[in-house]
Design a protein around this ligand. Sequence first.
Ligand SMILES: [Zn+2]
Length: 433
Amino acid sequence: MRYELTLDAFILRLKSKQLTDKRTGQNVQYEVNDAAQAAFAIFFMQSGSFLAWQRHLQQAKGKSNAGTVFKMERIPTDTHIRNLLDPVSPSEFSDEYRFLLGQLAESGYLSQWHVLDRRLAFSLDGVYYFSSKKISCAKCQRHEHEHGTVYLHSAITPVVVAPEQPHVLPYVPEFIIPQDGQEKQDCEMNAAKRWVQQEADVLRQHRAFLLGDDLYSRQPLCEMVVSSGGDFIFVAHRDSHPALYTVVDAVAHLGRIATFSHRHWNGRYGETWTYRFLNDVPLCAGDDALVVNWCDLQITHEETGEVLYRNEWVTSLLLEEGNLPEVVACGRARWKSENENNNVLKNHGYQIDHNFGHGQEHLSTTLLTLNLLAFLLHTIVQVADQIYQQVRRALGARRTFFNDVEALLRYLIFSDWRSILKFMFDQLELEPD
Ligand SMILES: [Zn+2]
């Protein structure tokens, strides 16, 4: 039977997972799954008090939405969630991202993210998701400040982006692990390499290319991306690539860099977009330097000549006038991962520390993984669930929608997500599109 891209179907998948349970004795597997479903529910509902209200309902009515909608056998306490999820590795959830991406492809929804002739762009970015002055572990990064040491965890949180698509699709994160004697940048680079190796099949399948900032445009990673069957468009600044710019500047001096301009009207004044590109340049110094293709974009105010934007990239894609605007648009789409992804994690991910914390083994990483899965499910219902789209449109702000759902679930018991949406749809007196 075909898998339905709905929250209800996903919760059933989560419930049927075999998760690590280090306890011995009685058959208590469901409790670990309850903990995973409970954490997921909090992230999906964007509410730290969701479970507390469901406990009230359970006491008053003998059942709750934690059981009916989120399929928990029993509502775990915060302490239970912490203790039960700590031994569960985040990699136990990696296949869920791959599965959902596959389903998005099969159902046709993924075409909304297709760029450059049906390819997918994965934007890589490092983000902090845990910080504390008191709690730490062997995998924490240490930052010395004048007021003492701060312990941090960070990860690369890849997202599928497309220039014209407002939503991003979070994908399997890779955790940045500090190593003795290594700079933070090297640790992030190593995490990126592990991710590329681990996701090589998916990268090939979707003819993917990777987007990243200047940190990523280094030969070892670029080579690994290409040998894994992918491509890259990475920012490459002058100060970190002197050899590359020696060649670019020399060719520019001879007037041999392909250059063309477009005029854009931004609604208030005209802009001049000037593109330049040069294929077959060495990424760095040395005989074994990787040969890449370089481009830049400068946007100026048509009348004043003021520079409004400028950036430069290297890519493994062969550049020509026909594909350059789209390549550059993809390179620029990277900001989406910074804005959307990191915002969600910073503002909403903030709850992670406060609700559950760090754990001894995997807790903070597993919670990040579940939080990103909830974020992915938000995007999935946004594109695949027509009733959700209509209700959201009627209510305006996203926050209003989640506040309403939370309030409804505080007083009423629904059998599943579908019936919550149906209730809202009917009460708002909406008509099917
Ligand atoms: Zn730690």
